[in-house]
Design a protein around this ligand. Structure first.
Ligand code: ADP
Length: 260
């Protein structure tokens, strides 16, 4: 300590300031690290399909493949990889827009029952191919939000409940209102999520079973996008799951003033 109290105050303030600066720099370093990791993951995810497209195209070009059916099979694989890459790039763009918060988000009164009907209709082929039934119970509610973002939110949760289900499985979607919150529940009786993975499923590119996710056309970004959207509306998301029994996601979004 110094002889003069003013100097003590200055010394304490300076120490406090340097602590804050250190914390700030650590935060910047952490963000930099996360960003680098994201780019390296994204490049890796894109490299795999690009390499296989290149391989198939070279084989077709070489003339080695004579069998017409095999040629068609290679073309179908190239197309499938292109669809997956497109999906991945769209998801990456969506995340970067949500993170930059640049989203000039256009909001409207979105009638949830109409939105859900659209989504379920578009997911019917996926549900049919997995032999999964979808049940919807949606109260006549509106939310003041961006329609595209709401589509992403519901679409990702419901398509996961279908993809990670078993043949003959079920998906229940309910939308209710509780204490000025819209509560969205997406429940399935599918394969469930192992306990040790539950805390990580919202991380970017995290998949419980990479092979299975990729086979389903998954990017590992779906739940991360869902979480970003939920945060954007100051909501919460929770998950409960039991292996081989099923999974339930519950999203809670506060209802804003403007309502239809
Ligand atoms: P993906 O593109 O792999 O589906 P997501 O971010 O949407 O990526 O989900 C992350 C992982 O969480 C998935 O790979 C899957 O293993 C697991 N998961 C998500 N939803 C469910 C569910 N309803 N049932 C079982 N596992 C799920």
């Amino acid at each position: 300590t110094y002889q003069y109290p003013e100097i003590n105050i200055i010394a304490e303030t300076t120490t406090e300031m340097s602590k804050n600066v250190k914390e700030y720099l650590n935060q910047i370093e952490l963000e930099k690290q996360i960003r680098q990791e994201f780019f390296s993951n994204a490049s890796h995810e894109l490299k795999t399909p690009i390499t296989s497209v290149q391989g198939y195209a070279e084989l077709l070009e070489s003339g080695i493949i004579q069998d017409e059916e095999q040629k068609m099979d290679f073309i179908r694989r190239i197309k499938k990889e292109a669809v997956n890459m497109n999906h991945l790039i769209n998801d990456i763009l969506m995340i970067s827009r949500l993170e930059a918060k640049e989203a000039e988000v256009l909001k409207n009164d979105v009638r949830l029952s109409i939105l859900l009907d659209d989504i379920v209709e578009s997911l019917k082929p996926l549900a049919a191919s997995h032999e999964v039934m979808i049940h919807v119970d949606c109260k006549p509610l509106c939310i003041y939000a961006n329609g595209q973002q709401m589509k992403e939110l519901f679409g990702n949760l419901i398509s996961n409940a279908i993809k990670y289900n078993k043949p003959g499985g079920q998906v229940w979607v309910t939308v209710t209102e509780e204490n000025r919150n819209v509560i969205i529940r997406v429940k399935d009786n599918g394969m469930g999520i192992p306990k040790e993975s539950l805390g990580r499923i919202f991380e970017r590119f995290y998949r419980v079973d990479k092979g299975r996710s990729k086979k389903q056309g998954g990017t590992g970004l779906g739940l991360s996008i869902v979480k970003h959207i939920v945060n954007f509306y100051h909501g919460t998301i929770t998950v409960r799951s039991e292996l081989d029994v099923g999974t339930e996601f519950v999203v809670k979004i506060p209802i804003q003033e403007k309502i239809c």
